[in-house]
Design a protein around this ligand. Sequence first.
Ligand SMILES: [Ca+2]
Ligand SMILES: [Ca+2]
Ligand SMILES: [Ca+2]
Ligand SMILES: [Ca+2]
Length: 378
Amino acid sequence: MKHILNELRAFIALITMLTTGLLLLASPPPTHAQCVENPADTITCTGTQAGNFVGDGNNETVTVEDNATIQGSINPLGGNDTVTVEQDATVENNINGWTGDDEIINDGTVVNVILGAEGDDEITNNGSVQNGIGGDDNNDTIVNNGEVGTGNSGNVGGGAGNDDITNNGTVRGNIFGGSGDDNVTINVNSTVGGTIEGGFQDNTVNGDVLTFNNSTGDADGVAALDAIAATCNVTTTNGDCAGMVSFCGNTFTFNSFEQLVNAITLTPGGCNPVEATVITDDGQQATIPLSNTTPNEIICENVKLFQTPDGFVQVYSGFGDAFPNGFLVSVFKPSDVQVGDTYNLEDPNTPAWSVNILAGNMLNVLNEANTIVGTCRY
Ligand SMILES: [Ca+2]
Ligand SMILES: [Ca+2]
Ligand SMILES: [Ca+2]
Ligand SMILES: [Ca+2]
């Protein structure tokens, strides 16, 4: 029963989107508002454009350039179309790809909805879509890195077909897989205000699959997810992967999935890592997140290296009577440094020690006299 109610809600949401699309289609084609077409089927919109853009059914590329405003909708009609709304650009109504395999990228603001409609559509939102995103029929890919909805509403729906939906941003309303075998991927640091629903499944592969990814320090949250997965990943027919999980206070409610996948990287130190303090030579304090000291601390001769979660290597040295807690010599990202080069902090408050990068992810730490005080692997 719950399945049916959920599906009904998804369907109603979809019909609302479709109705919007049909009303849009009823507007007189073809018109280009005041967008410029040059060469054929390449349309560029700048400034403020009154009215709708309606395409001619060919494979069209429509770009709403930075700071431009379309005071209506964009509907390229049939064909495999590409629609891009650049940063700080606005579409005041909908974008509807209609038939064909369309690619729609929003870096700006869409005031109503983005609808892929029929065809295998790819929709990426890096900006704001205020009333929702729908893939509609066929196998669609929807990625939200921005914000969908306002207040408590604004859904993302795959519609019919086997859809891939990823949320790295904020969805104010619900996420619906719809019918078909859908893959829904949720970044544990993203936000979903409503419910995440797999909807009906075809049972051809794994049914509807819900994956949580990215990183968290919440070991209890990850354990709770694993516990639900252990009991529900048994069959592809019953939709019993349902429940609620929280990661560092960020809660997700989900139902109607057949498989639950934990792709989370668990970081040490919990949700609020305690910070240790390193005293520099002149009494100034530098801090090291204590979570990074285990298990990523490497101690070589009078040198400590710390790997931070965001990929930096911190090099501390000078542990002795004068500086019992050492001081920071250098911070670098392994991908940014060159073998043979020397790096230091260029900080007048710390001794002029430096790090010399060697081959094979090795380094030397040098004191002011350029004497090697430690050789370490990073
Ligand atoms: Ca199209
Ligand atoms: Ca579609
Ligand atoms: Ca779909
Ligand atoms: Ca489904």
